[in-house]
Design a protein around this ligand. Structure first.
Ligand SMILES: *[C@@H]1O[C@H](CO)[C@@H](O)[C@H](O)[C@H]1NC(C)=O
Ligand SMILES: *[C@@H]1O[C@H](CO)[C@@H](O)[C@H](O)[C@H]1NC(C)=O
Ligand SMILES: *[C@@H]1O[C@H](CO)[C@@H](O)[C@H](O)[C@H]1NC(C)=O
Ligand SMILES: *[C@@H]1O[C@H](CO)[C@@H](O)[C@H](O)[C@H]1NC(C)=O
Ligand SMILES: *[C@@H]1O[C@H](CO)[C@@H](O)[C@H](O)[C@H]1NC(C)=O
Ligand SMILES: *[C@@H]1O[C@H](CO)[C@@H](O)[C@H](O)[C@H]1NC(C)=O
Length: 749
């Protein structure tokens, strides 16, 4: 698992912003021979190239069997065939005229490595071209890049993935089975929606992410037998209780052409069996979403950062499956078991790329009938990502399964960049700034993720210090709302953390969750730092002291911040941000002494917690009260009140508070947090090493944070000769009983 073998991701963001046109221009500007010379050269080449396959065939075969070793089983042959042909040899259907149906393309130097399920740059001087089609491509390439080097040159076109081979969540939402069984469509179209046929998460009544439907759609395509029932015969129809005709699971008439085209891709997707831990072998596709609680807790201690993230993913997938099953018991429930669903859902989570398209792009209207405006259409689907809160202006962000592109491994410093081209709805893959030398695998970037997030989502880490580490210091309360999955899934009804989302009522469970969270928040306030005496509330207090009033104000601020995950998160920059996917790990140089942690937000929270009535020139109470009246958005950190630095005593207590939170978080790692308690496993392959690597990053971050905060605090103490009395920090918290009445006071204000 350490080294990204066969793991893939979603290209969350396309950060590299060089346009395709620019890249093309660079190529055009290369010194080229005059046209006639070039043509003569190409003609000569045709002569030679025709002979090459004959002369070299045996040599190529030798190379292949050499690579394949004794693994030449049928699975590898399928993968080899897929890698060589599925995208590379795709030709448009000639009878359809469409801007979108364009040929697939692969650079002639790409060589398939089936046992590693990827492609690399061939070191061979000749290309394994055995067909006339490849030959044409080869000649084309020679003409376009007359001064080619051994590898693939900077900016060169590496691969094109046309739209007909991509599978979008939008395609899934247009599937009639999905529309009728999960989106509440009636069989005659759009007129009215039937509530019982709308799939919703049970606890929150939130809609499902479109990725869930993409998984269902892929399962439908995969499970269809070549001879499926004919749409017009009655056996194909099932009726629900209200006698409404519904498309049955087995009716895939709507997609008969697609299925044939896509079958080879569907067949090589990893299955559930590929994703589960295998006690005897290293399973290269293993994914933590399939882990048991027991396995998870043994590797990532409870309530540590990555643990929480993995649990969130697991909860989401589980809740989705239940929602789908409840809504379509007879059809979906009867045909898809939980294992099959997880298996396919992981493929969507870890292999879909984003495609940003609006209604003018052909990719969004491709392969559909009717002409509803795209935004109306998307609004009519009950999903979490295309719902009311997603008023995108520039385009909608679709999830797209990307054959071949999803076979390339990922690294923050990739050797190719991928671009979605909205004009043709194809993905173009271009060599990055440097030549890709022979024998180098094609490496893309799925986006910049922290190690823990990368692992929870894709099931791998690069393990070379190229990604950031991250922890969250919400050690006393659970963050509701955004649990790291944004609008994909939340334990809270969406409308509770974003008012734009519907109106809905608050269920008993949500109320209970919120009440619990409020009580948890009190634990941050129990220390009463800076006060020799605990601040005690009584239930029948008529008037509040200044200290009590300040504490109540703190609580009210804390509630606003409670669900804002970014306010609690601290990140450690990548240790070796320039690590290259091909470098020798031990040789990577980095400056260990120069670590910059951005702890601004957590320090601001600690300043809030540490305020006393004497701070801010004795105006602490007004300071908090005034800022409470300012509007803010629950989801946007910029709009939140931040406590600035106010004098050295407050700063001292705040820094010590950061040290305290880090310390408690550190101790969550239990046995691993003991001296020498987290030794590096010898075998770098597999989950033990990966978990060690992630834990190590998180614990390193926490101890650096603790140490830095303590050092800074002591510096302030000595520089300002602060007396122990005013910088009093409590070792153990005051009793919770003293603070509990705050809940009632808050409710009555
Ligand atoms: C496969 O190759 C390995 C070493 O490359 C060898 O040890 C093993 O015996 C081979 N297995 C078979 C079935 O040939
Ligand atoms: C396939 O991956 C393994 C493990 O990372 C690596 O050692 C091997 O060199 C790769 N094979 C090829 C042909 O690149
Ligand atoms: C409320 O949550 C509990 C677990 O926290 C669960 O067992 C129960 O089914 C939920 N109730 C409803 C009505 O969803
Ligand atoms: C789920 O279905 C698959 C395919 O039909 C089957 O192989 C597997 O055993 C089933 N799993 C469970 C847990 O029933
Ligand atoms: C690649 O080139 C672009 C602009 O030409 C530059 O912004 C970028 O930093 C370069 N990337 C690397 C890895 O050198
Ligand atoms: C969490 O967020 C929701 C919605 O913004 C809010 O109603 C709730 O009060 C917050 N949590 C706490 C403890 O207040």
């Amino acid at each position: 698992m350490a080294k990204a073998k066969g793991r893939r991701k979603e290209g969350g963001r396309g950060t590299e912003d060089r346009s395709l046109a620019e890249m093309r221009k660079r190529n055009d500007n290369k010194p080229g021979m005059h046209g006639w010379l070039l043509n003569a050269f190409a003609m000569a080449l045709v002569g030679i190239a025709f002979l090459i396959p004959l002369i070299y065939t045996s040599q190529i075969d030798a190379v292949r069997s050499d690579i394949c070793d004794n693994n030449t089983d049928s699975a590898h042959l399928n993968v080899q065939d897929f890698l060589d042909n599925f995208v590379c040899q795709y030709k448009p259907k000639d009878h359809v005229i469409s801007k979108v149906d364009i040929p697939g393309y692969c650079h002639p130097k790409l060589q398939s490595i089936p046992q590693n399920r990827t492609q690399l740059v061939s070191n061979s001087q000749i290309f394994p071209s055995t067909t006339l089609f490849l030959l044409k491509r080869t000649i084309q390439w020679w003409r376009d890049a007359p001064y080619h080097s051994d590898g693939i040159e900077a900016g060169e076109h590496v691969m094109t993935l046309p739209r007909p081979l991509q599978i979008w969540d939008l395609d899934a939402l247009r599937d009639r089975f999905i529309q009728q069984h999960f989106l509440g469509y009636t069989s005659d179209g759009l007129s009215k929606q039937i509530q019982e046929h709308i799939a919703l998460h049970k606890e929150t009544k939130n809609p499902l992410d479109s990725g869930a439907y993409l998984a269902v759609y892929l399962l439908r395509l995969l499970q269809s037998s070549p001879i499926s029932c004919l749409a017009e015969t009655n056996e194909c129809r099932s009726k629900d209780s209200q006698d409404i005709e519904l498309v049955p699971w087995t009716d895939i008439e709507q997609h008969s052409e697609r299925i044939d085209l896509l079958r080879d891709y569907l067949n090589i997707l990893p299955t559930y069996a590929d994703r589960i831990p295998d006690s005897n072998n290293y399973n290269m596709h293993e994914h933590p979403i399939t882990w048991s609680k027991q396995m998870l807790e043994s590797l990532f201690p409870k309530h540590t950062h990555t643990y929480n993230l993995i649990v969130s993913y697991q909860t989401m997938v589980h809740s989705e499956y239940n929602a789908l099953k409840v809504t379509s018991q007879e059809e979906f429930g009867a045909h898809v078991n939980y294992s099959e669903y997880i298996g396919m859902r992981i493929n969507v989570i870890s292999r879909a790329f984003s495609a940003i398209a609006n209604e003018h792009n052909p990719g969004s209207s491709w392969n559909t009938v009717g002409s509803r405006p795209l935004s109306d259409e998307l609004m009519s689907y009950t999903t979490s990502n295309f719902g009311a809160a997603s008023k995108q202006t520039s385009g909608f962000k679709f999830r797209s399964m990307c054959p071949l592109l999803d076979m390339y491994n990922s690294h923050p410093n990739p050797n190719v960049i991928w671009r979605y081209d909205p004009l043709t709805s194809s993905y173009n893959i271009l060599a990055n700034n440097n030549t890709i030398p022979p024998n180098h695998e094609i490496i893309v970037s799925y986006g910049k993720y922290t190690d823990g997030h990368l692992f929870a989502k894709y099931g791998y880490v690069n393990g070379d210090g190229s990604s950031k580490s991250e922890v969250s210091l919400n050690i006393f309360h659970r963050i509701l709302g955004d649990v790291g999955l944004s609008w994909q899934f939340s334990p809270l009804p969406f409308h509770l953390w974003n008012q734009q989302y519907g109106d809905g009522s608050v269920s008993a469970n949500s109320t209970q969750l919120l009440d619990m969270q409020s009580k948890e928040l009190l634990r941050y306030l129990m220390f009463d730092d800076g006060h020799k005496e605990c601040i005690q509330f009584k239930n029948n207090d008529n008037s509040l002291t200044k200290q009590q009033e300040l504490k109540l104000l703190k609580f009210q601020h804390l509630k606003r911040l409670a669900n804002l995950s970014l306010a609690w998160i601290v990140r450690l920059p990548a240790r070796f941000p320039n690590a290259q996917p091909y470098s020798d790990k031990s040789a990577v140089q980095g400056d260990e002494s120069r670590v910059g942690i951005d702890a601004k937000r957590i320090l601001s929270i600690c300043r809030l917690l540490s305020l006393t009535v004497d701070d801010v020139g004795g105006e602490a109470m007004d300071y908090l009260r005034n800022s409470l009246s300012h509007g803010y958005s629950p989801t946007s950190p910029e709009t939140h009140f931040q406590v600035e630095m106010h004098g050295s005593t407050l700063e001292y207590r705040s820094l010590m508070c950061v040290a305290r939170l880090s310390d408690i978080a550190f101790r969550r790692y239990g046995q691993y947090s003991q001296p020498n308690g987290n030794p590096e496993p010898k075998d770098r392959n597999g989950r033990e090493w990966t978990a060690w690597y992630i834990r190590d990053g998180e614990m390193r971050l926490l101890s650096i944070l603790r140490q830095t905060a303590m050092n800074e605090a002591n510096k302030i103490k000595h520089q300002n000769q602060l007396k122990d009395e005013i910088i009093f920090m409590r070792e153990r918290p005051c009793s919770l009983e003293y603070s509990l009445p705050i809940l009632n006071l808050d409710a009555s204000t």
